[in-house]
Design a protein around this ligand. Structure first.
Ligand code: GLU
Length: 368
C-alpha cells in the first residue's frame, strides 16, 4: 500500500518553525517510502482563516522545496462532513448538547473543586424528548458531541511513543460541531484522512488525546485508523511556539536571507538521536529519516545553531548557485575568496567593498 502522509495547517497565521518541522517530517516519511505527501488546508473556520495565510504557506513550503503531490481545502468539502455527520447521528454516535459555555465552565469548576477530572458529564444525553423540545423552542441552537464508546479501552501502537492506551471514560465526548453549524477540527480531519487514503499521521504530541477520540471515529465510520506517531513539540527560547511568534515564522527566516538547506538540516534532525549537521543533499535527509530516532523530550529551536549551519552551507556554495545574489562585478574567484568569512550570502556586499575599495592607510605613530 502506498504511503500517504499529509500536512494539515489551519491558515490562521504564518507557519512557524514547528509547523515547518511537521511538514518536513511528513514529507520525509512519504519520500522515504516512495509515497505521496498531501497539503491540506484545514480551513473550516471561515472567520479565522485567511487567504493570505494559504498563499504564505504555499510560498514557505515551496521555498523549502517541500512540494505536495496534491492540495486540498476543507472549505470545499463540507458536503462530505455533512454526510458523515448524518450517518453518525443515525447510528447514535453524535448527540445534541444545549449547555452554554458558562454552564460548562461552572460544571468544570465544581468537578475540579471536588478533586474530580473535568470530564463532560453527558448531561445532554439525560434530557427527555420534551426537555430537548423546550430548549429548541427557546431558540437554543445545539452544539454536537461525538459519543465515545466506553466499553473498550482505546489503544494504538504509536510510531514514536510505542503502545498507547486510553480509558475512554476518562475523556470528554469531543464537540465536533458548533451551534452555528460550523465544524471543529476533529471530524472533518478523520473524514478526510479516510477519503484521501492517508496511511500515516505524524503530528505533535498535543494531539494525543484527539487521536484517542479519532481512533473511535475511524471505527464508527467503518474505516481502519491510519498509523499514528506523535512527536515531542518544538519549543523556542521563550517556550511554546505559536503563530504569533513572528521572528520564528518561515517568512521571517526567509527574509533574513537564510539558505533553505540550513533550516531543513536543523528541522529534520532536531529532537532525534541523529547528528544535526549541514546537509545539502536532500536524499541524505530522506535516507536517514527514521521515527525510531525521535526522542520524547521537547526539542529546542536555537537560532544560533541555525546561523552556524547556514555558515557551513554558505562556505560550500558554488559560485553558480549564488551568482544572482552577489554584488555586481563579483566573479568566482572573488566569491571563493570571501565565502569563508560569511554567515549569510547577503553579507557578501560588505566584504566585496573591502576587496574592491581603496585601502585607507591608518595614520600611525612612527614608534608603532
Ligand atoms: N489543523 C490541525 C492543526 O493544525 C491539524 C492537526 C493534524 O495534523 O491532524 O493542528
Amino acid at each position: 500500500m502506498t504511503t500517504i502522509t499529509r500536512f494539515a495547517p489551519s491558515p490562521t497565521g504564518l507557519l512557524h518553525v514547528g509547523n515547518l518541522r511537521t511538514a518536513l517530517h511528513n514529507w520525509l516519511l512519504a519520500k522515504k517510502q516512495d509515497g505521496k505527501f498531501l497539503l491540506r488546508f484545514d480551513d473550516t473556520d471561515r472567520e479565522r482563516s485567511e487567504e493570505a495565510f494559504v498563499e504564505a504557506a504555499r510560498e514557505d513550503l515551496a521555498w523549502l522545496g517541500i512540494v505536495p503531490d496534491r492540495e486540498e481545502r476543507q472549505s470545499e468539502r463540507f458536503a462530505l462532513y455533512e454526510a458523515a455527520f448524518d450517518k453518525l447521528r443515525e447510528a447514535g454516535r453524535v448527540y445534541p448538547c444545549y449547555e452554554t459555555a458558562q454552564e460548562l465552565e461552572l460544571k468544570r469548576k465544581v468537578q475540579l473543586g471536588r478533586g474530580l477530572p473535568p470530564i463532560y458529564d453527558r448531561g445532554a444525553l439525560a434530557l427527555s424528548e420534551d426537555e430537548r423540545a423546550t430548549k429548541e423552542a427557546q431558540g437554543i441552537e445545539p452544539h454536537w458531541r461525538f459519543k465515545l464508546d466506553h466499553d473498550e479501552p482505546i489503544g494504538w501502537n504509536d510510531g514514536i511513543r510505542g503502545p498507547v492506551k486510553f480509558d475512554p471514560a476518562q475523556l470528554s465526548d469531543p464537540v465536533i460541531r458548533r451551534g452555528d453549524g460550523s465544524w471543529l477540527y476533529m471530524l472533518p480531519s478523520a473524514v478526510d484522512d479516510i477519503e484521501m487514503g492517508v496511511t500515516d499521521v505524524l503530528r505533535g504530541e498535543d494531539h494525543v488525546s484527539n487521536t484517542a477520540a479519532q481512533v473511535q471515529m475511524f471505527e464508527a465510520m467503518g474505516a481502519s485508523a491510519p498509523r499514528f506517531a506523535h512527536k515531542a513539540l518544538l519549543v523556542g527560547k521563550e517556550g511554546k511556539l505559536s503563530k504569533r511568534h513572528g521572528s520564528l515564522s518561515a517568512r521571517a527566516l526567509r527574509e533574513r536571507g537564510l539558505e533553505p538547506e540550513a533550516l531543513l538540516s536543523l528541522l529534520a534532525r532536531l529532537g532525534t538521536s541523529l547528528p544535526v549537521e549541514a546537509i545539502v543533499r536532500r536524499e541524505v535527509l530522506v535516507e536517514s529519516f527514521d521515527l525510531s530516532t525521535f526522542g520524547r523530550a521537547p526539542a529546542k529551536f536555537d537560532e544560533d545553531e541555525l546561523d552556524r549551519l547556514n555558515a557551513q552551507i554558505v562556505h560550500r556554495l558554488p559560485f553558480a548557485q549564488v551568482a544572482e545574489r552577489v554584488p555586481e562585478g563579483m566573479d568566482q574567484a572573488g566569491w571563493e575568496a570571501i565565502r569563508p568569512n560569511l554567515t549569510r550570502v547577503d553579507e557578501a556586499g560588505e566584504w566585496w567593498a573591502v576587496v574592491t575599495g581603496s585601502v585607507v592607510q591608518p595614520t600611525m605613530d612612527p614608534e608603532e
